[in-house]
Design a protein around this ligand. Sequence first.
Ligand SMILES: Nc1ncnc2c1ncn2[C@@H]1O[C@H](COP(=O)(O)OP(=O)(O)O)[C@@H](O)[C@H]1O
Ligand SMILES: [Mg+2]
Length: 229
Amino acid sequence: MLKSLFVTGTDTDVGKTYITVGLGVVIRKMGIDVGVMKPFAAGRAQKKGYKSKDIVMISKAVQACDPENLINPQFFPIPASPYTAWKNLKTKPRISTILSSFKKLSNLHDMILVEGMGGIMTPILKDYYVTNLIKEMKIPAVIVTRSKIGTVNHTIMTVKMCNIYKIPIKGIIINDFDSDGYKIKELTRDFKSLTNVPVLGSIPFIHNFTNASLYKIFKKNINFKLLLK
Ligand SMILES: Nc1ncnc2c1ncn2[C@@H]1O[C@H](COP(=O)(O)OP(=O)(O)O)[C@@H](O)[C@H]1O
Ligand SMILES: [Mg+2]
């Protein structure tokens, strides 16, 4: 049984979905039966299929067609943290449902790529954050970060919170889609020495969002040996 992975990020919109898609495409091509999950999703509901756009994208990447109640147990039709959605919509996030869905999905696949919500301290309940959820799911985290100036601060904060919650970190993936960011070589050097976390690679701006093109880009740029170790 391979370890499942929780793909978190330094913020919302850093590329968690894009990176999960790319990782999923390559892992599937390796002959691994990889499933996907997004415990909570929020935003405008898609007209057909899964409500969450993220789920539509990541499930397509690995060709998973698991039932929505497993792959995305809770959907909030407003763009907000689960905590804020709860307060606004009066629908309480149900952690036990997430954990049981994750367990069921884990039995259906070799491993699960779980896309997180927002960043590491996105609140789900009072005093219960994404960190608490990862901890209860008992899986390591992958941190997606960007190359834009400001990323060093966000990355250190994310790593430190994982350390506080004793969440193992598989590595950092730099989503280098900002044209005016740090040079990747320098950023990789500094992340390594500042955080002691391995940098698994960096992904350039993706122009061609097809599985074939994603396969090439991710296979070439990400250290899958380390990721799946
Ligand atoms: N490597 C990339 N190349 C091109 N565009 C990207 C890349 N990564 C992210 N984006 C853009 O940024 C947006 C946010 O990325 P997404 O993966 O949805 O972030 P998150 O899941 O962390 O909220 C995407 O919709 C896309 O437009
Ligand atoms: Mg996303």
